[in-house]
Write a protein that binds this ligand. Structure first.
Ligand SMILES: [Zn+2]
Length: 488
């Protein structure tokens, strides 16, 4: 009887943040997969992480290495606390993640610990000395006895994201079990990155389930909806506020906006009869798109966008073709980046006072902090503006509250002030950078040899149970004896 390795979940078990899983190999050896921060209502009532949620409360004496699936803060944010707790092992991640991780952790250090330049540099040096960049699709031996090796595969979620394959020798025999940690999986047809391919086989899969109960719109649909939401908002001479995470979503949005501008540019050159008939509206839209400033107000997002630009060899075919045609998908003419905090404050004031339409992309993605909060405070109570959510809003975050109470004419508290929500609130679900139910199911059923066990993590209860039903159904139809469990 072969036993599957034991796994302890130190986060992202009952929710979607704080990802941290410990793979127990034997009583002396274990590996940690991700070490993320809790966010939103998964922290405390005030949305602030309490000290016991930051600290590493589990025994790390057997942890030989940390494997990072991708650099979102809910997967890497507790690394500083792991180091403080005495972890001395390597941090293994993909090559692009090795470039992005020090930037993420530098930012977290400046926000949470100190802005002292000397300290920051020392800290980043320490982090850099621990990182091992592992190319995709290459096995790395990790332990000799028992034998353990790991391999990273593209997950298509954000640049550098990977799912992890581990071959683990059973303590009492030569048999190896293959364990897969999905990390966060990307959606098919997402911009810039290619979709993840299912693994060949696995015995045990630890699978994310963020959108386990939802289906995304098609890419074309989504781009058209993005365009029409923005055009609608701009007719009111308002600003479109898009809260977005610095890594991933922001670059996807820039990429899609550049494409909309490009398509509308081509449209003005064409003189088809259909356009002649429709001349007025076409010209109105085209000129809107030719003049609209797109403001990226996040120094961190700008740095990540820069790294994305440098790592074009990791882009998908479509994105590389655009570059070959002389387009600049992440650094186009109308893009304005705001770095300095004073410039940021001036920009908020300018957009709140004037009737100049604009699109603003600012962090944070769930509005729990970051520069987007200042825009919301200044503009949420005016109907000509529009807040466009393109990402998942965890329970209890400001973004979640705006989504919930906005359409009912409600209000929210921002910086201890009551702000009535008069701005229009829209949501575009497809830009989630997460696989939907069909893609999650395919990640399992697309394997040549199906797993004995799937453990569903990183999702709200209803998403997990909907996905559990789907996978169980697929297993039953093919009389596959695998089990699908939700760790409690
Ligand atoms: Zn993620």
């Amino acid at each position: 009887m072969h036993t599957l390795p034991k796994i302890l979940h130190h986060g992202a078990k009952n929710g979607v943040t704080g990802s941290c899983h410990q793979l127990i190999i034997d009583d002396k050896n274990s590996l940690l997969i991700d070490c993320g921060l809790f966010q939103g209502a998964e922290t405390s009532a005030e949305g602030q992480a309490s000290s016991d949620q930051l600290s590493i409360e589990f025994d790390i004496s057997t942890v030989k290495a940390l494997i990072v699936t991708h650099v979102h803060i809910d997967h890497v944010g507790r690394i500083p606390y792991l180091l403080a707790a005495g972890f001395t092992g390597p941090i293994i991640c993909s090559e692009p993640s090795a470039k992005l991780l020090p930037i993420v952790l530098e930012d977290a250090f400046k926000l949470g610990v100190s802005r002292d330049q000397h300290l920051v540099e020392q800290y980043i040096k320490l982090i850099a000395s621990r990182i091992i960049a592992l190319p995709y699709n290459r096995w790395l031996p990790m332990l000799k006895t028992p034998q353990v090796s790991i391999r990273l595969q593209r997950a298509g979620h954000i640049l550098g994201s990977a799912y992890v394959e581990l071959d683990v020798q059973e303590p009492t025999s030569d048999t190896k079990q293959r364990v897969i940690f999905s990390g966060d999986l990307g959606a098919p047809y997402a911009p810039i990155l290619s979709a993840p391919k299912p693994a060949y086989r696995a015995d045990l899969v630890i699978l994310e389930s963020t959108y386990g109960d939802r289906q995304h719109h098609s890419r074309r649909d989504r781009r058209q909806r993005l365009q029409s939401v923005i055009e609608h908002a701009l007719r009111d001479q308002g600003t479109v506020l898009i809260p977005a995470f610095s890594i991933g979503r922001t670059q996807e949005l820039l990429y899609e906006l550049e494409d909309i501008i490009h398509r509308n540019q081509c449209q003005t050159c064409l003189t088809s009869s259909a356009q002649m008939l429709n001349e007025q509206s076409t010209h109105a839209h085209s000129s809107t798109w030719q003049d609209i400033p797109i403001i990226l107000d996040s120094p961190l997002a700008s740095r990540f966008t820069q790294v994305y630009s440098e790592l074009q060899s990791f882009w998908d075919k479509e994105a590389q073709q655009r570059v070959n045609k002389g387009r600049n998908p992440l650094a186009f003419k109308q893009l304005i980046t705001v770095d300095d905090h004073r410039d940021h404050q001036r920009m908020v004031q300018h957009l709140a006072d004037t009737k100049r339409p604009a699109i603003v992309i600012a962090g944070g993605g769930m509005c729990s902090g970051g520069r987007i909060v200042n825009y919301l405070e200044a503009m949420l109570d005016e109907s000509r503006h529009n807040v466009l959510f393109v990402g998942y809003q965890a329970q209890g975050t400001l973004g979640n509250l705006i989504q919930k109470y906005g359409p009912r004419g409600g209000y929210v508290d921002i910086n201890h002030k009551r702000i009535d929500i008069r701005a229009e609130i829209s949501t575009l679900a497809g830009y989630s950078a997460h696989a939907d139910q069909a893609s999650l199911l395919r990640f399992i059923t697309g394997m040549r040899k199906w797993p004995k066990q799937v453990r569903l993590i990183h999702g709200e209860a209803q998403a997990k149970s909907a996905l559990q039903d789907k996978i169980r159904h697929a297993f039953a139809q093919c009389q596959h004896p695998g089990e699908v469990i939700i760790p409690s």
